[in-house]
Design a protein around this ligand. Structure first.
Ligand code: ZN
Ligand code: ZN
Length: 131
């Protein structure tokens, strides 16, 4: 397939690069166009001061103000992954739906190595403290 790393972080919803034993993974998710008007990229809303509200729980279209709940929007996106498999050292790239599942109590985006089928989890870096 030959995925290329994105040139700018601005159009990304998610980005990570990490080492996993003998392997490594770079993964990113690009923003997608507003499903309502198709004129602009959905993004985190901006406050009155023009700053992006990182902690907002929804995404908003800057053109038509269409809002989508964060999780609902992110589930429709596609993750692009360039990896070296920690099991068989195969290097490849793959695109998978950006759906995170809970494995062992941690949310992870899981994909399978195209050569050995090993399941490779990209876990969230920040672990939420359970109350
Ligand atoms: Zn729109
Ligand atoms: Zn493998």
């Amino acid at each position: 397939m030959g995925l290329e790393l994105p040139e700018s972080m601005e159009e990304l919803v998610y980005w990570t690069a990490r080492n996993m034993g003998d392997g490594k993974v770079k993964a990113w998710v690009e923003k997608e166009m507003c499903p309502e008007c198709g004129k602009a990229m959905m993004g985190k809303p901006r406050g009155k001061d023009g700053k992006i509200k990182i902690r907002a729980t929804y995404y908003e279209c800057p053109e038509c103000e269409h809002k989508v709940e964060k999780r609902e929007y992110e589930d429709t996106l596609t993750a692009s992954i360039i990896y070296t498999c920690p099991e068989c050292k195969f290097s490849g790239d793959i695109q998978v739906p950006f759906k995170r599942k809970k494995t062992k109590g941690v949310e992870a985006l899981v994909f399978s190595c195209q050569k050995c089928n090993a399941k490779i989890p990209i876990t969230k870096k920040m672990k939420k403290i359970k109350e």
